[in-house]
Write a protein that binds this ligand. Structure first.
Ligand code: 4AD
Ligand code: MG
Length: 432
């Protein structure tokens, strides 16, 4: 038996005989030679099957192989600058595992609804594969980076008893003993308890919003990375945000360049993503918008179009701080010199990708927080545990949530968030 190799690492085996286990991407024939493009999940390689090198049975099998048939092929690795990927395999043996039925996704154009209905197969296409590998890299790199910075991973529950980000976007479900449970909109409140226990924590998991919005920036289920830090203020948060985002982008540029090339991403838009990021206040953003002819009242939230106008001004993510307190969540701390403003930040990605991070310094004063719960009409009894964090050793603290799909969509340069997650959940999509 030859050693089993992955296509990604095939360069280590030049001149040796290896076995590749995969699926047929495409094939062409020319006389007594078959050229099979084989993928194995880590890459694709051209496999040359010559009649003279394999058994008659194996050679005949190549003609039965359809697109996506599974197969195991053994051969000698050859470096060839002209081959896609730089290597090819000269087959000495080939075994079919299953001959695939006629594959629904062909190289011709399919509409988005058809592709989404076949998401379970579409995942195998080179662009989708590239996006999801970058997603995996972003998540793994975030874990590594935060661990190196001394953060403890702290998993928040998905079933929760109350709202965190406003009651209008809650998914509810029946729970035991006539109770209602809500799917978590954010792990933040629990992360705050974690920060008081461990100093620096982060949660990374799925979050849910019953958003009736059909935009390309909204999913009903999305993943969020939420660091939360004790003894930290808004300034500390801005540094963490720009360091983390830069690290993620630079790491993808270094380790997932091949995937960025498959996606034909303009790398010159990612290369400048390094600290410091521009910081502008909400007031300045309003001035900027008005100077561009946008009619917007002070106190209005920035919509997608406004975010794009602001972010187009910069080549790096723009950190917009100090939004009006009244349009932000109940837990945000007011600025001491301007109590109508929140000590908060929205990080707007360049190229119109919109808000990738939302975060703030938290209200750490017990009385103030109680008043905010009342203002927001939130049932205090559900938040007694959260108020305890202000009763027992309250400290200034801050955190943010980074949307994984928005970050991945931006890094990949793809138009819609639905391709940045394996199985997107949207208003009208629960299948497959
Ligand atoms: O600004 P948001 O709502 O903030 C929070 O949930 C805070 N509790 C986070 C925290 O401070 N720990 O959401 C944070 C990020 C947004 O910037 C965006 O990237 C993403 O989550 N996000 C969505 N992504 C996809 N679909 C949606 N419907 C999203 N809503 C928010
Ligand atoms: Mg937000």
């Amino acid at each position: 038996m030859a050693v089993i190799a992955t296509i990604e690492r095939i360069g280590q085996f030049v001149g040796q005989t290896v076995t590749i286990r995969g699926w047929l991407y495409s094939k062409r024939s020319s006389g007594k030679i078959r050229f099979l493009l084989v993928r194995d999940g880590t890459g694709t390689i051209q496999t040359v099957v010559s009649k003279k090198d394999v058994t008659a049975e194996a050679f005949e099998d190549t003609d039965r192989l359809t697109q996506e048939s599974s197969m195991v092929v053994t051969g000698t690795v050859r470096a060839d600058a002209r081959a896609p990927g730089g290597y090819e395999l000269l087959a000495t043996d080939l075994k079919m595992v299953q001959v695939a039925a006629e594959y629904p996704i062909t190289p011709k154009e399919h509409g988005p609804a058809f592709l989404l209905d076949h998401r379970h197969l579409w995942l195998r296409s080179s662009r989708q594969h590239a996006v999801l590998r970058i997603r995996s890299h972003v998540i793994q790199t975030a874990h590594e980076y935060l661990r190196e910075q001394g953060f403890t991973l702290f998993d928040a529950p998905i079933f929760t008893g109350a709202a965190c980000e406003g009651t209008s976007t809650l998914f509810s479900t029946d729970y035991f003993y006539d109770q209602k449970a809500y799917l978590s909109q954010s792990g933040q409140l629990y992360a705050e308890a974690g920060a008081m226990a461990f100093g620096k924590v982060y949660t990374l998991g799925p979050t849910f919003r019953a958003e009736k919005s059909k935009t390309r920036r909204h999913l009903t289920e999305f993943w969020m990375l939420e660091p939360e830090v004790a003894y930290a203020d808004l300034g500390d948060l801005l540094s963490l945000a720009e360091q983390l985002i830069s690290h993620l982008v630079q790491s993808v540029l270094t380790h997932r360049r091949r995937e960025l090339e498959i996606l034909e991403r303009d790398l010159s838009r990612l290369e400048p993503i390094l600290p410091p990021f521009p910081r502008i206040t909400y007031d300045e953003a309003i001035d900027l918008l008005r100077s561009r002819g946008v009619t917007i009242a002070w106190g209005d939230d920035l919509g997608g179009d406004e975010e794009t106008i602001v972010s187009n001004h910069f080549d790096r993510p723009a950190m917009v701080t100090h939004y009006p307190l009244k349009i932000k969540a109940f837990y945000m701390k007011a600025a001491s010199d301007r109590p109508d403003l929140a000590l908060c930040v929205d990080v707007l990605a360049p190229e119109g990708y919109g808000e990738i991070i939302g975060g703030s310094q938290r209200e750490d004063d017990y009385e103030q927080l109680v008043a905010r719960l009342v203002e927001h009409n939130l049932p205090r009894e559900h938040f007694e545990w959260y108020l305890d964090l202000r009763r027992y050793g309250s400290v200034p603290h801050a955190g943010f949530g980074l949307g994984i799909e928005r970050t991945v969509a931006w890094i990949c340069g793809i138009a819609h968030l639905r391709e940045a997650i394996p199985f997107p959940r949207m208003l009208q999509r629960l299948y497959p």
